[in-house]
Design a protein around this ligand. Structure first.
Ligand code: PLP
Length: 406
């Protein structure tokens, strides 16, 4: 039976103190107790409806977390001040000195830098592999592997992770599968395909208005309890707490996510199809030519489209820069990092969001210098946007069929 995350979020009703449809925003860092005994009890274990201190959790953050639990079909969630806060505290919960992580080689640059540069200082090392190569993944797992880490749709190469297969490989080796689902909220439900933990940068599609940075972790009650444990939980002790005013605004935006995804997806499909028909090199999971199109079709929840992310190979770095400058001039969108905004955003990952990955590793993974990553917006008239892009391509001297350099 198909799973419908949007209906699950829609059916999450919270009544405010006065029956408000948007419940009051918690404006307190700390909470009173009617008796010292009650306070002591709460330090021992969680009590439904009782709050202690806002770094732990607070009512507004709990509302957003509960909606995300419903969306991901998990048991519990913790919202965070950033996607990186969610990723780093998750990995610190699962790994100790001497442990290993196996991670996809096509990955957000910040995550790569965390795994490659920072975690080794704490004795946790990572092997980066091609996740599309089952044997390579299996060979990289050792008895010390605690985590198999992937992005459901990878940044920026848009490789689709075979979640059931990766879950099987992880569990066979006694590891957990952690999935960053930032590019495909609602479209994919990794926990339903065997993942143990899902993380998001809420900064992107889920919030959708590019006005804040936030993240979340969704998993079992047990795992969120460990993450948030007052004695040893990385969320509690590193403290990347989300401000409650932001949690409230993200929750409101979450309620229109399904509509936005459909528009991002249909616009992206239109643009990808049009450019491909003219002979340009476009990568989009909704195209039948995408290597994991069939896989995504099998795993995705129906009705939300194929996502808003597309890449275009301009040939080389200079051509990509010319094109992006012209597209910003002609109001196609913004030359900016990030994604999931209502306007189209474009950037060259090799020189921005993936610049942490050394050149040779980027090239080996297929991340070329001329690659432009697009986050397609909610444009009312995508045919007009397409024609503006074609004019920019022509002015930039990028012709159909021009082969990527190198
Ligand atoms: N995961 C992915 C796939 C991302 O693209 C990003 C940021 O671009 C992050 C995680 C980090 O999220 P944040 O910027 O909210 O910390």
């Amino acid at each position: 039976m198909s799973f419908d995350p949007a209906s699950r979020v829609q059916d999450y009703l919270v009544f405010g103190e006065f029956g408000d449809v948007n419940p009051s925003i918690t404006d307190s860092s700390t909470y009173t107790f009617l008796s010292p005994e009650r306070m002591e009890e709460l330090f021992e274990h969680e009590i439904e409806g009782c709050f202690l201190y806002s770094r732990h959790f607070n009512p507004t953050n709990k509302y957003l977390a509960s909606a995300l639990v419903r969306m991901e079909d998990g048991e519990a969630a913790q919202v965070m001040a950033s996607g990186m806060g969610a990723i780093s505290t998750t990995l610190m919960t699962l790994c100790a000195a001497g442990d290993e992580i196996v991670c996809g080689r096509s990955i957000y640059g910040g995550t790569y830098a965390l795994l490659k540069n920072l975690l080794p200082r704490f004795g946790v090392t990572t092997r980066f592999v091609d996740l599309c190569n089952r044997e390579a993944v299996r060979a990289a797992m050792t008895p010390r592997t605690r985590v198999l880490y992937c992005e459901s749709l990878s940044n920026p190469l848009l490789e689709v992770s075979d979640l059931p297969q990766l879950a099987e490989l992880a569990h066979a080796a006694g590891a957990r599968l952690v999935v960053d689902n930032t590019f495909t909220p609602m479209i994919l439900s990794p926990l339903r395909h065997g993942a143990d933990v899902v993380v998001h940068s809420l900064t992107k599609f889920i919030n959708g208005t590019s006005d804040c940075v936030a993240g979340c972790v969704v998993s079992t009650r047990e795992f969120i309890g460990q993450l948030n444990d007052i004695n040893s939980g990385p969320s509690m002790l590193f403290g990347p707490v989300l401000d409650s005013a932001r949690a409230a605004s993200i929750l409101k935006n979450l309620h229109s996510l399904h509509i936005r995804l459909r528009q991002h997806g249909s616009n992206a499909l239109h643009l990808a199809t049009s450019l491909t028909a003219l002979g340009y090199t476009v990568h989009y999971p909704g195209l039948e030519t995408h290597p994991q199109h069939e896989l995504l079709a099998r795993l995705m929840n129906p009705g939300y489209g194929w996502g808003g992310m597309m890449t275009f190979d301009a040939g080389d770095h200079a051509a990509a820069n010319r094109l992006m400058t012209l597209m910003q001039r002609d109001k196609v969108g913004y030359l900016a990092v990030s994604l999931g905004y209502f306007k189209t955003l474009f950037t060259t990952p090799g020189h921005s969001t993936s610049s942490e990955i050394p050149f040779a590793e980027r090239e080996a993974a297929g991340l070329r210098e001329g690659l432009i990553r697009f986050s397609i917006g909610l444009d009312a008239d995508i045919a007009q946007t397409t024609s503006r892009i074609l004019d920019c391509l022509s002015e930039a001297g990028i012709s159909p069929g021009s082969r990527p350099a190198g």
